[in-house]
Ligand binder design. Structure first.
Ligand code: ZN
Length: 377
């Protein structure tokens, strides 16, 4: 069903909280534990007056298989382009297949189309077969599940899966199709940004519809799509507006440092009297550590105000050179807790790079400042 995470996973680690190992076409299929809970829940409430327990189970299994086949559709077309799928994870609101690398726009178009097409084919085959046998019943009658209309309901479920996934709400399949088409004419990060914007808009509409109809599943999917679009949009925007700039263009160059022999009291004073949160710790001319605000607070509570900053600082901090491309530094910055020290080739500390400051840089670029020279070094 919805998103196939576009984030290639370099560690090939499975998604946490998943269990089970089924393999389809060599791809491990895992079941997130919340999915198992949903199955139990559906079986529990699904046994109605007109529907037997066995047919309820059949219906649930058939829909689950439809979602799984949808993911297999993505997987097989991705394989055609030489992209291995690390795993398929089944969540209550759908499947997610994780490709080992991000596909090129033309590849993504066909990979994204393949999933919904599988659901369309399942529906078409079922409807074709039913029309020769007993005819297709009124769609409204399907709201009363009976053993007799099981196949009709499976066909209808697949039609819904087909249409729903084609909504142009990135990161759902339709949004990926939109992005790949946009990317034929413009940079991929720009295409992602636009598709993610559409994704957020559709997610809000979906959420409202879910609220109006009292459909908690739809609200849940809307939230999932919204957060996915928000994150991917922000990442793409970050890359788009920082590309071509070095780290030095966005680094803070007017900052205060601590000295190796300073006390935590001195550090606390500096935290209060400046707007800085993180302080480089110097020994002579070279930087030997980084004292973050949380590190300072932790050390104050355990060691007291008279202990030295050298005992509280981080010795393993992220070092960046002024020439490093800013767009390459962003993921490292995020992984390092949003702060890095900028150190030149002569081992001199020349700046601090924080996530907060990079967002200001991006804001300035967005506001039309082509060359935001935030320092005159
Ligand atoms: Zn899909």
């Amino acid at each position: 069903m919805p998103p196939n995470s576009s984030q290639p996973n370099p560690n090939n680690k499975p998604i946490a909280g998943s269990l089970g190992t089924l393999k389809i076409f060599g791809v491990p299929v895992r079941f997130h534990f919340t999915f198992i809970l949903l199955l139990v829940f559906l079986l529990f409430i699904g046994v109605g007056e007109k529907q037997s327990g066995a047919f309820t189970a059949l219906y649930v299994v058939a829909l689950f298989a439809s979602v799984l086949l949808h993911e297999v559709g993505h997987t097989l077309v991705a394989r055609h382009y030489g992209i291995r799928t690390i795993e398929i994870v089944m969540f209550p609101i759908g499947g997610v297949s994780r490709p080992e690398r991000e596909p090129k726009p033309r590849e993504e178009l066909w990979i994204a189309l393949a999933g919904p097409m599988v659901n369309f084919l399942i529906a078409a085959v079922l409807i074709g077969w039913l029309s020769t046998r007993q005819g297709f019943v009124n769609v409204m009658d399907l709201r009363n599940p009976t053993d007799a209309n099981l196949l009709q309901r499976i066909a209808f479920g697949n039609l819904l899966l087909w249409l729903f996934n084609l909504l142009p709400a990135y990161p759902m399949d339709g949004g990926r199709i939109l992005r790949s088409l946009l990317a034929l004419k413009r940079p991929i990060d720009d295409a992602t940004r636009i598709a993610a914007g559409a994704g957020q808009m559709f997610a809000i509409l979906m959420g409202l519809a879910g609220l109006l109809w009292g459909n908690f599943m739809l609200m849940f999917v809307a939230l999932f799509v919204y957060l996915g679009a928000l994150q991917e949009g922000a990442t793409a925007k970050g890359r788009l507006f920082t590309s071509g700039f070095p780290v030095s263009a966005a680094a803070i160059t007017d900052f205060r440092s601590l000295h190796h022999g300073d006390s935590l009291r001195d550090a606390g004073q500096l935290l209060l009297t400046t707007t800085q949160h993180d302080f480089p710790v110097m020994l002579g001319d070279s930087v030997i550590g980084l004292l973050t605000r949380s590190g300072l607070v932790r050390a104050l509570m355990t060691h007291g105000a008279d202990s030295y900053v050298a005992g509280a600082m981080d010795r393993e901090f992220l070092r960046l050179t002024p020439e490093t491309p800013l767009s390459d530094a962003l993921p490292k910055l995020a992984a390092a807790g949003a702060v890095a020290l900028v150190i030149d080739k002569d081992d001199r500390l020349v700046g601090i790079l924080t996530a907060e400051h990079v967002s200001e840089f991006i804001l300035l670029r967005q506001a039309g400042l082509a060359q935001p020279t935030l320092h005159a070094a």
